[in-house]
Structure formats: structure tokens, C-alpha cells
Design a protein around this ligand. Sequence first.
Ligand code: GLU
Length: 347
Amino acid sequence: MHYNGWPVAQGRPDPPRRGSNGSAGSEPETPMSETTTRLAPSPTGALHLGNLRTFLVNYLLARQRGWKVLMRIEDIDGPRVKPDAAEAMLAELKWLGLDWSEPVKWQLRDMSAYESALGRLVALGAAYPCVCSRKDVLTAAGAPHAEDGVFAYPGTCRGLYASAEEALARTGRPAAWRVKVEAGAIEVADRFAGAREFDLTRTCGDFVIYRSQRLPAYQLAVVVDDAEAGVDAIVRGDDLLESAARQIHLRRLLDIGPEPAYWHLPLVVGPDGRRLAKRHGDTRLAYYHGIGATPQRILGLLAAWSGAIESPREISLEEMIERFDLARMPAAPTVFTDADDRFLRGK
Ligand code: GLU
């Protein structure tokens, strides 16, 4: 039922920033309501207060709206994946009281669906082999904004090679695969961030969907997995808003739809306004767990951050499900302060 065309996200019943005001057990708002979401951690580091906040809000929405929760470990991210990080994340999420449907999906365990999606894109003439290194791309003439870290691939390899084998034979380099993008706006009708438009020729250019190590890139894997599992509600950090446009582009090419509903949430930042990271000290859940913070205390901080309570206090997951209201969740990034840290330490 998820494969019958791809109507764009117009006429959605749930305008951005209004949420459902649903409390636990409330009925889905309309017959078009979503049914299935997923938590999709990348085991490239530990669960910290930033990614945890996103997973928790995703889980709260799921419990309020009756969505099925799937768990997907995004372990295709090659060298960045840390051994045992996934198991540790799952254990910590369970410790906090979150649950999900079994079995857990591990992307690396079966490449066949990604291979076949690549095959379909190649057959459509929508994908081509590329031997450019990252450095080539950055230094290519016409790569704008490279100094900001935002640059569009200028299409150097487009039309040059009939196959990955030919690209390797002619250049001595193993080829990755890129998908072609076209000029024009792709709208992400985000339920939290509002409607946003992206022209992929400007934000990224033809982008990588398969890496030269025969591994799917994140963008393709997400689209294939979400479609296969019937995911129709995607909640994640707003650093992935532009990725949503790429994923909509891939869904349209692959004719998998309808589009899922998106909620891209603000990130948690340090006092310097930068995304929460090691430079802000140890913000791992495991760290606070280790020094004696209870799940109720950690949830209490996240509840205050998410507008469910006025200021941090210990709270149960069930109470948080009752109190959380997406419409009251701040739209600005959350700042993790020293006072928050002291609260978690029980001081
Ligand atoms: N694996 C990504 C992350 O941990 C999430 C990807 C997604 O939700 O599409 O940030």
C-alpha cells in the first residue's frame, strides 16, 4: 500500500507547528493519520542528550498518536561506526523505558534491496558512476561556497562512463554512483519546521547514492528502508531537512510513495550555540547514568527542554507522554546549560 504513486505533501491535515495536542490514548486525528515511525540511530558514537532528545520526542509522538515504533540501526556508515555502540544505545534507550517492535533492522545485514534500488536508478538513466574524490569535488571549478562546507557537485563525471567497470578500467579508481538532480524547488512540507523548499542543483548537485566500497549511501538506504517497512512518519533532527528533499527526489524516481510526513526538530546546542558535542564535556547518557542519575531525572530535563513542564523535575515516562504537547515545544535550538548539568547531578 505504500507503493501507489507519490502525491506531493499537499493538503496534509496537520499544518506545521500545531501538533495534535494528543494525550495518551487519543484517537488519530484523521483517516490519513500516520501509522508507523522508526528510531534510526547511527552507531557512530554514544547516545547523548542531543540525539536522545530527538528519539524521545519521536517516541512520545508515537505513543500519543498510536504509531508503531520500529528500530533501525544505521550501521552502513563505514569507518565511523564504533563497535558495540549500537548495542549500548539500545540498552540505554531501554533503561529509559522506551520500547519498539522486534526485530531490530540492521542495515549492513542485507544489501539486496539497496542493490536493486541502485539497479532501478541505473536502468532509468538517473544514476551514473563517478570517480571524483572528495578533494576533486572541492577543488573543481564551479564548486560554489566550498569555503562554507556547502558545495554542489558540478557534474564532472556525468555522461563519462557507461559502467562502474569502465570507470575503473579507464581511471584506475573504483567508482561511486551519483543520482542526477534537476533544477527546481522540492518542497518538504514539514509539520514542525514549516514548509521548506530546496533546489538540489544548488544545495548539493548530483549526490552520491552508492559508495565505491559497494555500500549504499545514507540517502538511498533511508529511502529504501523506510519504504520497505511502511514508515510514514519521520521525526528527526533539523540538520536533515535538506536530506529530506534528497530523499523525496529519490522516492519520486523510484516511484515509492506516498511521501512520509516529516517532523524535523531543533537540535540541542552547547552554551556557545554549536551542536552538542565532545567539546561541551561529557553529555553521554551513559555518563549521567554512571554517576547515578535516574531515568526520571534525565526525562525531567528533557521534558523541560521540550515544553512538557516548566522547569526540570523528576518525571516518569508515562507522565511525560500525558504532558508532552508538540505545539508547546520550542522552535529554537535547546541550549544545554551548566544548570542543566547540575540538575542531572542532583545538585
Ligand atoms: N541515523 C540518523 C541519525 O542518527 C537519522 C537518520 C534519519 O532519521 O533519517 O541522525
